[in-house]
Design a protein around this ligand. Structure first.
Ligand code: GLU
Length: 438
């Protein structure tokens, strides 16, 4: 029997990473098994599932390369099939009509749960069982005539020939009801794989409050589709050999449900950023350069591409999103860069430091502007002034970049060049003097 799986989201205008992770696992499973990956849009909530909400969903899937093998099924178009199934259940004694409110305004249709326990073998969680005493009858068609989620979900899974239901473990409770429905409708019960919850650092369900939670937000922040795909594939699954950077081809080859973990998967933004940096670096050079350039342009900066490449050589490891380019590199491109005032007070409001920097500045006028000689000169000047080299290193770094963190000082100075460096030291010295420090 060939595998048929589906992603069955209820569009709301946002695509939560937990949902898209389920799509990715279904997609990988289908591709690994040579089966089919289908899309069913559970759009029966007409208020939330607007055409725009559906569009957002389709865009997120296209962006992530989650292609489906048959035209999407819109659940809202299947109402007659849902109601026909309810009639069949009524006719065969698996359901009954009831006037819930006792108002006489209309009857709903209630599914009669079996009087025996229900058990299934979840491909992730193992054997799960509910005793008959915990199984209660439930409504499948409301008194206004609309089918309830459980009925629609199962009837559509039957119609689509779904063999494996892979979804979040918030649906485990529903599964007992769904199995009873499959049986009552005389259909084979699919295999189930319930994916572990995605949690925050505190172990609670990962939500909007924890940071970016929707696919669109990651995209806007500059996370690459391949990086997000790779990261989410590892959220609850691993190849088992410690590898983390995996191409789509490798993921397809390695993916099995047996390796889905049972414990909750903790969302780690730092790791996603690290992964994004790896994917940025792997892009073709022209594309990479264009990504950085776009962010600089958006901030009114348009550097020479050759110079930008040299900046990137020293800054690459620190830029984990294209959208961080300007904030991380601004001082390479303009004299109008912010200065960390706390660091300034620490590094420059110290008698003797400005004088030593002034001597260094004089020496650097004629020092070859390369790492080794720049460093040697700085050490000589520090020794002559009876100061640790760090005093000068920190002061110079702050003067030329405005920030106490950054790449290696000498590599940075080489890129900045003599002219910019000396001019910035002059400005810093003037400021120190004006503040009364020599
Ligand atoms: N629409 C449901 C959801 O988004 C479908 C669950 C399922 O995959 O069966 O949670």
């Amino acid at each position: 029997m060939s595998v048929r799986v589906r992603f069955a989201p209820s569009p709301t205008g946002h695509v939560h990473i937990g949902n898209i992770r389920a799509a990715i696992f279904n997609w990988l499973f289908a591709r690994h098994e040579g089966g089919r990956f289908l899309l069913r849009i559970e759009d029966t909530d007409r208020e939330r599932s607007t055409p725009e909400a559906c569009q957002t969903l389709l865009e997120a899937m296209a962006w992530l390369g989650l292609d489906y093998d048959e035209p999407p099924v819109y659940q809202s178009t299947r109402r007659e099939a849902h109601l026909a199934a309810a009639e069949e259940l009524l006719a065969r004694g698996y359901a009954y009509r009831e006037d819930k409110g006792g108002t006489g305004r209309g009857e709903c249709i209630v599914f009669r749960m079996p009087s025996t326990s229900i058990e299934f073998d979840d491909l992730v969680k193992g054997s799960l069982k509910k005793p008959a005493s915990d199984l209660h009858d439930f409504v499948i068609v409301r008194s206004d005539g609309t089918p309830v989620f459980h009925l629609a979900n199962v009837v559509d899974d039957i119609a689509m020939g779904i063999t494996h239901v892979i979804r979040g473990d918030d649906h485990v409770e529903n599964t007992f009801r769904h199995i009873a429905l499959f049986r009552a409708l005389g259909a084979p019960v699919p295999k189930y794989a319930h994916l572990p919850m995605i949690v925050n650092r505190q172990g609670r369900p990962y939500s909007k409050r924890d940071g970016a939670a929707y696919v669109g937000e990651f995209r806007e922040r500059g996370i690459l589709a391949d990086a997000l795909f790779n990261y989410l594939a590892l959220l609850g699954w691993s190849p088992g050999d410690g590898r983390e950077l995996l191409s789509r081809r490798e993921l397809i080859e390695l993916f099995t449900l047996e390796r889905v973990q049972t414990s909750p998967a903790q969302f780690d933004m730092d790791k996603l950023l690290w992964m994004n940096a790896q994917y940025m670096r792997a892009l073709p050079p022209a594309e990479r350069l264009a990504g950085h350039m776009k962010d600089l342009n958006a901030h009114g900066l348009a550097p020479d591409p050759e110079y930008l490449l040299r900046v990137l050589e020293v800054m690459q490891d620190r830029i984990k999103l294209f959208s961080q380019t300007t904030e991380q590199t601004i001082y390479f491109f303009t004299e109008d860069y912010p200065v960390d005032e706390d660091a300034w007070a620490r590094r420059w409001r110290r008698p003797g430091v400005p004088a030593a920097v002034a001597q260094l500045r004089e020496r650097w006028m004629s020092t070859p502007f390369q790492g080794a000689p720049l460093e040697a000169t700085l050490k000589e000047v520090a020794a002559a002034a009876g100061r640790p080299p760090a005093d000068l290193i920190h002061a110079v770094r702050l003067a030329v970049s405005g920030t106490p963190t950054g790449p290696g000082l000498y590599a940075m100075l080489e890129v900045l060049g003599r002219e910019r460096t000396l001019a910035r030291l002059d400005r810093a010295l003037a400021r120190a003097r004006a503040e009364g420090y020599e």
